[in-house]
Design a protein around this ligand. Sequence first.
Ligand code: HEM
Length: 439
Amino acid sequence: MTEITVPPGSWLRRLLQVSDEPLDTILAWAQASDGVTELAWPVPGQRQLLVTRPDLVEEILVRKHKRFRKDAFTRRLSNIIGDSLVTADEETWRRHRRLAQPAFHQRRVDAYARVMVEEAEACVAGLGDGERLNLHDLMMALTLRVVCRALFGAQVSETLDALGRAIEEYLRWFPGVLRTGKSPPDWIPTPANRRMRAAVRVFDGFLGRLIAERRAAPSDDLLSALIAAVDDDGATLSDPELRDLAATLMLAGHETTAVALAMAFHLLDTHPEARASLEAEVDALEAPLGLHSLAGLRFTTQVFKETMRLYPPVFGLGREVLEDTPLGEFSLRAGDQLWITQWTVHRDPRWYDDPLAFRPERWTPEMEAALPRFAYFPFGGGPRVCIGQRFAMMEGALLLAVLARAARFEMVHPEPPELLPSVTIRPVGGLPVTVHRRS
Ligand code: HEM
């Protein structure tokens, strides 16, 4: 067995280093290791390991997935999304996945194209030429509307704006695994923890009302289908279970796509050639856009993929080792916390030429076929792979197309934004832009 690399410096120095500059630090440590590196972790007797080699990622997510569960930090998200797909262990996860899966079959997802285009058009209709706004906030609001309408039939209202603000507050609070050294436990009534709890109450209120409305008057949406669903043993989902499943889909289904879209516009604004190619492609589409437009969105889809390579919204996956187990040439111990990082794998020169360059055209079918499995995994993999992958890819391409046809977003700060790793990577201060209307 090979020894696991330990980066130089004392335990405390490493803990502070990763807390202060999380993304740069893990990238440097990953590049100095051969696949597994020990991070500093403030729980005695427990290790936190960074896993950064595609074959090892596959071993964890696919071949040996039963020997792992979600890590302590992912489980901490249960204070907002309860016990469901993202956080739950095997039994509850299996049941919720079976019940939610039909909403993500291809035909159902195709039907969401109309909602995506309508919401994107409504979003751009409200933008004025020369207006200054925060693009990250705009994308968060747009993708929240899309997911709420597509999955829950919830029409846009002021409630949704209040909900958006509450989610924002929560995400600002979420300490994230890489900032371990700076986050007091949830139960200490710090001002930040109190704001987090208030945000969760807004979220609970919204979901409670939505579930009560659909119980009273079912409609043709996922929530009504989940209320009506009967399991093999005749059981139905209770209100708390429905709440957790709906909360999970809502949170997992909007801020990820919002970050990817916001970062795509940042990269386009700072790479004029790519922007010109994308604008030429989307301008050539016949209006109104819809599902049929996807075939004409080849470059746009490449832009979305390349954005998620450089800025994977979920920059790392957390797992806890359930039993002592070998991993490649390394040895894992029960209780080890693993951090499997897209952020480092996607920037590895062994898999990508000029890895820090934004080159959407690299995504040819030949390049994808030659890429090692799990050298690119923005949606995870194995049984816990993102349920919304198809939804997100379609949403990414359609929203980019509708928005880029109507407007150009000029970054107030064109340099790469500082990123805060929370549940996803978030640009600090959002992305202030000036809107230039194109149509
Ligand atoms: C660009 C957009 C998206 C990205 C990058 C993304 C990424 C991911 C990743 C990496 C995972 C795996 C987490 C793990 O293994 O620990 C995941 C899981 C999940 N995602 Fe997504 N996601 C996106 C969009 C969506 C959308 C649109 C939805 C729903 C509408 C969604 C719902 C979920 C759910 C429910 C899970 C948990 C699946 C399970 O464990 O069964 N995601 N996502």
